[in-house]
Design a protein around this ligand. Structure first.
Ligand SMILES: Cc1cc2nc3c(=O)[nH]c(=O)nc-3n(C[C@H](O)[C@H](O)[C@H](O)COP(=O)(O)OP(=O)(O)OC[C@H]3O[C@@H](n4cnc5c(N)ncnc54)[C@H](O)[C@@H]3O)c2cc1C
Length: 392
């Protein structure tokens, strides 16, 4: 892969809206990605392997629980810092950002928000340091966009619960020590359970042959009469709103992350357009190529402003789920379109692993599908503005 010469576009001087702390956190993550992710990531994506050696670095830049209070090992940062960290990581690779998102928003967040003090103290510091990695089991083979229909269930056996069922498409599953699993009790109410690797009847087969997020490990979670200690139930929230609350936090991070992938594609295409000579001129001098670049920077700038504003609302605890859906949907769509245009600008070179664009492009196919598909987020916006529910 070519050396990482990334220069971040900031067409509307967005840096002026950031605090010194935001910039410090963002720059540290950016430097780390250049040093420790860019040189190896193409290889790992080609091998379809998660680079476990970067776990410590992710913990050091605060990517595991950026907004979790320091007393539990988190970085105690605000929502904009969290977003900026996700942006920088996904600038390197969406698969690496997925690992960090899952750890922070889908594992640490529910333990912090819905767990008790013993659970927080037992799990959060180890998850923040990367000593333990976690995964989040919501999707099932027959229930993806409709997780409320899940069939994974647990029964109260007196001194423990008995968990049965299966989850599919679970990021980090093959190596996670801890899984936050959503299952129905005998009354059909959804609860979160903390399942640990090594519990009898719990297996995590890896999902192979992905063309997308190849540097992120994906797998199934299978529960065959798994005995779960009663203290592993998250006591403070139940119902579908509990996992959806985690998804709000993760989707917000994805909205920022997608900007990172788009910035990397734009920056690569811009540089290439000045270096690649055809018909005796740099291709960037042709109007058709300028149109692509001008539209890319316009869309990136709009997404940056949308997402920054969403971050302010999140900091004030005022962002709605529907606002988060809009940003996730818009930004991932924006990034996937930019990746496609940027790849074309590189001609044949665009399909090789010499450049990051094709990898981003393939990764974004998962990002546009997970955590609510493109269409599902449109329906959420539609429901929000009309007050009419298209899901029923
Ligand atoms: C790489 C990867 C990693 C993932 N990681 C995780 C994870 O860590 N944890 C986890 O729990 N899940 C994870 N997922 C699962 C992901 O969230 C689901 O794939 C996603 O929610 C869509 O579900 P589905 O694949 O079953 O598609 P389906 O729900 O079957 O959807 C198929 C199509 O139908 C459309 N559709 C569905 N319902 C409607 C409707 N009412 N109206 C209009 N169109 C509709 C969808 O938009 C989509 O286009 C991951 C997925 C991938 C690909």
């Amino acid at each position: 892969m070519k050396p990482d010469l990334f220069e971040a576009p900031d067409y509307y001087n967005l840096d002026e809206l950031l605090t010194d702390e935001h910039k410090l956190v963002r720059d540290a993550a950016r430097e780390w990605v250049k040093r420790d992710v860019s040189p190896i990531i193409e290889d790992y994506a080609q091998k379809a392997e998660f680079p476990t050696q970067i776990i410590n670095g992710l913990a050091e830049i605060g990517a595991f629980g950026p907004y979790i209070p320091a007393e539990y090992g988190g970085a105690g940062l605000d929502q904009i810092s969290y977003g900026l960290i996700m942006q920088e990581i996904e600038r390197g690779d969406s698969g690496v950002r997925s690992t960090a998102s899952v750890q922070s928003s889908l594992v640490m967040y529910p333990i912090w928000k819905y767990g008790n003090e013993e659970q927080r103290n037992k799990y959060l510091p180890k998850l923040a340091s990367g000593e333990w990695m976690g995964c989040f089991g919501l999707t099932e083979p027959d229930h993806g966009s409709n997780p409320g229909g899940m069939v994974t269930n647990f029964k109260d056996m007196g001194d423990h619960y008995l968990l049965n069922g299966a989850k599919m498409w679970i990021s980090n599953a093959p190596f996670a020590q801890v899984a936050v699993v959503w299952a129905k009790n005998e009354e059909g109410r959804i609860h979160g359970l903390i399942v640990e690797r090594g519990m009898e009847g719990f297996t995590t087969p890896e999902t192979h042959n992905k063309w997308s997020l190849r540097a992120s490990a994906t797998g199934e979670l299978i529960f065959d009469n798994v005995k779960i200690p009663k203290e592993n139930l998250l006591p403070n929230k139940s119902g579908l709103g509990a996992p959806l609350g985690c998804l709000d936090s993760a989707r917000y991070g994805i909205a920022w992350g997608a900007i990172g992938a788009a910035m990397d594609c734009y920056d690569t295409a811009l540089r290439y357009s000045k270096e690649r000579i055809q018909f005796g001129k740099p291709i960037g001098q042709f109007q058709l190529q300028q149109k692509k670049l001008a539209e890319m920077i316009t869309e990136i700038t709009k997404a940056q402003l949308l997402t920054w504003r969403l971050g302010v609302l999140r900091n004030e605890d005022k962002a709605t789920s529907a606002q988060i859906s809009m940003a996730k949907r818009n930004n991932v769509d924006m990034a996937i379109n930019i990746a496609r245009e940027a790849r074309q600008m590189l001609g044949g070179m665009g399909i090789t692993g010499e450049y990051s664009i094709m990898r981003h492009s393939m990764n974004l196919e998962s990002v546009i599908t997970y955590e609510g598909t493109h269409d599902i987020h449109l329906l959420i916006t539609g429901m929000d503005v009309t007050g009419l529910n298209a899901f029923k």
